[in-house]
Design a protein around this ligand. Sequence first.
Ligand code: HEC
Length: 145
Amino acid sequence: MIRITLLASALIFAVLVAGTSLAATQAAQHEMSAHRHPEAEKITNPVAADATSIATGQTIFAKQCSSCHGDKGTGDGMMGEDLDPKPANLTDAEWKHGSSDGEIFTVLRDGVKGTGMKSFSKKLTVHQIWDVINYVRSIGPSKSH
Ligand code: HEC
């Protein structure tokens, strides 16, 4: 009886470990290569990218983002030095998680699992998230796809 219980526990353990490593592999793949999020792409930006929104976004960026992404958004902030993967350069044309407003919104709202990029849904209002996106868009390539 004890042997059967032990065997059952070992089996459950093995299944758990296999499940965890599968999730880890999937997360690692997500981290590695550029990809798109078609569902997120459908979210449209309700906040006009006018001077007020961009200026508000710049203030938020300096406070919440520049420590990792750098003062100019080039990904060279002090806090990002030890991170793997490194904070993204937000001024170049390479967008790992897609460059549409909706995709950037999803990154900020949900964070990127398994990376230093955490969710800002508790720190920023939805409107503030759009302001910071309007700012990021103003320093990066203007194309939205
Ligand atoms: C603690 C460090 C840290 C902070 C603070 C931080 N980020 Fe990030 N960010 C990261 C890392 C690390 C990545 C790379 C994630 C990856 O490679 O998948 C990232 C990725 C991103 C991406 C995805 C870029 C792409 O190529 O698709 C965007 C957009 C972004 N951050 C914007 C912001 C904004 C805006 C803020 C402030 C509201 C912010 N981040 C704050 C560390 C940070």
